[in-house]
Design a protein around this ligand. Structure first.
Ligand SMILES: *[C@@H]1O[C@H](CO)[C@@H](O)[C@H](O)[C@H]1NC(C)=O
Ligand SMILES: *[C@@H]1O[C@H](CO)[C@@H](O)[C@H](O)[C@H]1NC(C)=O
Length: 288
């Protein structure tokens, strides 16, 4: 009896906590384009829109150091050429650490390009691009960044598409907490076929929907990162299953690379005469 009453109290407390923390504006701040952000807390959904040159951008109020970050979204449908939708972690300083998912729009019926990158101390240049195996404008799909002390994994609907291993402190984001950002912006000059297809404003407003933000991550309070760097084994995102890929995940990643990858900086000899240092370690992560 006492046990079940205890359980009931816990249950009510959880419901209350959920109700209190459910509001978008409790957890996020607007960076720009407030007039283009529509949060629907009942659906757990946020709609960003873009009209004549003004998109929208929001970010978490708090930064995190390591974690697993997921969001579901449904991208701008129809002629989305010149638009970019992004979900990314960013340390919000000048020489930033950053981990990106960016979706470059396209003319009606043409595929979106999914662009990924990772910056350490302001240095990026580690792009990988993919087509998706589904129409990302037709329905919501789940995009996840897992960031732990061993590696960063980018996942789409639970399928790992990219891994960046921690092989050296100067080549890995490991000290700066990052904010989670969601942005819709115009990039006519480069996004679609290197700028050949600019945005068509007669199609505006362009709209993208985000939902189901789920972060299992270490929140940094008052700039004190020690707890997040030390509590390695207690943290779910540091579990063995996130420190290396399973045999099945390796197979999934190899399949994505073979069928859907359109660009990999590691094999771009015009930019890097010999591949950057992390490339061979990364390749080991999905090797047979
Ligand atoms: C999204 O994917 C992550 C990682 O694969 C998973 O843990 C999470 O449960 C998924 N979220 C939803 C809402 O499906
Ligand atoms: C748009 O579609 C074209 C034609 O299928 C494709 O070559 C291109 O990579 C796609 N993505 C972008 C961002 O241009």
């Amino acid at each position: 009896m006492a046990g079940s009453r205890g359980a009931l109290v816990v249950f009510i407390a959880l419901v209350l906590l959920g109700a209190v923390s459910a509001g978008f504006y409790d957890d996020y701040k607007i960076i720009w384009g407030a007039q283009n952000v529509a949060a629907n807390d009942a659906l757990g959904e946020v709609k960003l829109s873009m009209t004549e040159n003004i998109g929208a951008s929001f970010a978490t109020k708090d930064p995190y150091l390591y974690g697993a970050f997921s969001v579901k979204y449904k991208l701008v449908p129809g002629n989305s050429a010149g638009t970019v939708t992004a979900f990314y972690l960013h340390s919000d300083d000048a020489r930033q650490d950053e981990i990106d998912f960016e979706f470059l729009g396209n003319s009606s019926g043409e595929p979106y390009l999914m662009h990924t990158n990772i910056f350490v101390n302001g240095k990026g240049g580690r792009e990988a691009q993919f087509f998706l195996w589904f129409d990302p404008t037709a329905d919501f799909h789940n995009y996840t960044i897992v960031w732990n002390q061993k590696q960063v994994i980018w996942l789409v609907d639970d399928v790992p598409v990219r891994v960046h291993r921690n092989i050296h402190p100067s080549l890995y984001p490991r000290t700066k907490p990052m904010y989670v950002h969601g942005t819709l912006f115009e990039a006519s000059t480069w996004a679609t076929r290197k700028g050949a297809v600019p945005i068509d404003w007669t199609q505006a407003p362009f709209q993208v929907n985000y939902r189901d933000f789920t972060y299992r991550a270490c929140k940094v309070y008052n700039g004190n990162t020690l707890n997040c760097r030390m509590n390695v084994h207690q943290n779910p995102w540091e579990r063995p299953e996130f420190q290396s890929l399973s045999t099945y995940q390796k197979q999934q990643l190899r399949n994505v690379r073979a069928k859907y990858m359109t660009y990999d900086y590691c094999t771009d000899k015009t930019r890097y005469t010999s591949p950057p240092m992390e490339c061979s370690a990364n390749a080991m992560a999905w090797a047979l």
